[in-house]
Design a protein around this ligand. Sequence first.
Ligand code: NAP
Length: 280
Amino acid sequence: MTAKIIDGKAIAQEIRADLAKHVAQLTAQGNTPGLTVVLVGDNPASKVYVRSKQRACEEAGINSTVHRLAEETTQEELLDLITQLNADSTVHGILVQLPLPGHLNEEEVINAILPEKDVDGFHPINVGKLQIGAGGFVPCTPAGILELVKRTEVPIAGQNVVVLGRSNIVGKPVATLFLQENATVTICHSRTKDVAAEARRADILIAAVGRPKLVKRDWVKPGAVVIDVGINRVNGKIVGDVDFEEVKEVAGAITPVPGGVGPMTIAMLLKATVEAAARG
Ligand code: NAP
């Protein structure tokens, strides 16, 4: 059996085309959605991410502004900028590109963003809202993963979902989202006794560990849906956390890297920005 390849790029493109129509309606009402990205320092990967977010915004008709700040920016300067952006009614979404340089306090910066503008869903108010199912912004990668699985028309309720990784930006929130969809969710991490055995029980396996090709063929139940979140640079090439060539022979459906979860993350960021503008 060869797995169906889940084309995240095509699905993200559909979502972005729908969003562009919504943006046009809001613009006609004089309320063009606006996303402001704050980039501190010279991290090359961050620069690439910010450029693709900006391009995607422009394509959808969303106003995008990038504040590029020097590596030596102080905490006070950064917090002052966040205060200004919070007060600016043309800015509906604020995204501070992580990681920040080591001398800056990420937690304090995220806490300074108004929860209504926190389109990344990292503010503790939004994290708490996600836990109790009270709306609010959801981190973009987990939101994109759920959307991918839904659009693939895979059943979720009652299924065993196994999440590899427990980070605040992917593992924990994606586990919460699938729990809310009535899946039975297991979260694995570096101290899990037998990760392969847990993974083999999954109907839907989500790998977010940052270890190239960790998930092998014998970790996957035949017919399972495998979502590969990993982005690992190996010899100048990007590979996921799943050994794609092996696992596609046993899985029912699988996301490629690149072209799976990555494009969905950006589509969800745009969606959150449009929602923030529509809420007014
Ligand atoms: P992270 O903060 O480094 O967390 C990694 C998690 O994996 C941790 O919970 C860690 O356990 C666990 N882990 C590490 N080795 C393991 C092993 N051998 N078995 C089981 N669990 C293990 O990473 P992250 O930010 O969640 O990102 C994960 C991956 O997704 C990275 O490759 C990242 O680049 C990628 N990513 C992609 C997107 C996208 O848009 N596609 C977005 C975000 C992240 P402990 O907690 O015990 O240390």
